[in-house]
Design a protein around this ligand. Sequence first.
Ligand code: FES
Ligand code: FES
Length: 163
Amino acid sequence: MERIKVSFTLNGKPCEVMTKPYSRLLDMLRDDLRLTGTKEGCGVGECGACTVILDGKAVTACLVPAPSVEGRNVVTIEGVGKEGKLDPIQEAVLKEHALQCGFCTPGFIMSAKALLDENPFATKEEIRRAISGNLCRCTGYEQLTTAIYEAAEELRKLNKTKI
Ligand code: FES
Ligand code: FES
């Protein structure tokens, strides 16, 4: 089968992939690049398990055609956290016991990251809205909301010490 080249920025680094012309971003990440942190749940944009950040916005990778990310900026769960250190959102999710099976967790973290990158002063209501497209069948949403709220506080502290 003929493949096409897609060039884009992935987790801060240039990336070139040969993929099938009809691949979804989700297929290109999981099958071509072996980045399996992004999960496939419903495959039709309803569960949020496949959430990644595209040009700063949270998107469901199962609904994004792979060729459409040409020249754009993609961040996946593998790009969150730096040099063996978890991101404050990941730390807070662990601290608040905001996961059980963990299947939905990368999607929640990416939705939260897109929100807090844009608005580190997000309220609990804004957090609930940002994660409203992510479904969790076993932990529920309260611990996740608390964890993301705590992570926002931590990120604000970290950014203050950098100034
Ligand atoms: S797998 Fe993409 S939204 Fe469910
Ligand atoms: S922790 Fe299992 S689906 Fe959310």
